[in-house]
Design a protein around this ligand. Structure first.
Ligand SMILES: [Zn+2]
Length: 161
């Protein structure tokens, strides 16, 4: 008999991985609840739920450069760090990187353009669009985010000395 113990372990591993990923999908489905959007006001819903856009230079974080984290207004998930925010001059908060796993990219053909929509990975609330290849920063990426979709949380930890 040439069935090796390592083969058996591999089979079990593959089975477990499949089972866990199915389970994960199930959990994600459970988490995408409309409850996240219930507390939003009508302007927040217009942007976050109906994928609207706030007027340029009107958002509270357009020109905001304090140290901290920007979280999803609907579900509170940390999305962007202040260290990745940069001045793009475009009229909306701009980030050249995201917190890993926090953002989902979706192809968006609305408005006669092909763009990439960005949403919160947890609640799928609309954040804005992401643009690449503009050479604005080293990362060559601009997350163009509606201020109304995010909430700033200041980093209260004392500076290292
Ligand atoms: Zn969210």
């Amino acid at each position: 008999m040439n069935f090796k113990r390592s083969d058996l372990m591999r089979c079990i591993g593959i089975f477990l991985a499949g089972f866990l990923s199915l389970n994960l999908v199930g959990q994600t489905d459970m988490e995408i609840k409309k409850d996240f959007f219930e507390g939003l006001n009508s302007e927040e819903k217009r942007v976050i739920v109906d994928k609207g856009t706030e007027r340029p230079f009107s958002g509270e974080y357009c020109d905001h450069y304090e140290r901290g984290t920007y979280v999803c207004k609907a579900c509170g998930t940390p999305l962007y760090k202040s260290t990745d925010k940069f001045k793009s001059g475009c009229g909306w908060p701009s980030f050249d990187d995201e917190i890993e796993g926090a953002i989902i990219r979706v192809r968006d053909g609305s408005g006669g353009m092909i763009r990439t929509e960005i949403t919160c990975a947890k609640c799928l609330g609309h954040l804005g669009h992401v643009f690449e290849g503009e050479m604005l920063t080293e990362n060559n990426t601009r997350h163009c985010v509606n201020s109304i979709s995010i909430v700033f949380q200041a980093d209260k930890s004392p500076p290292l000395d």
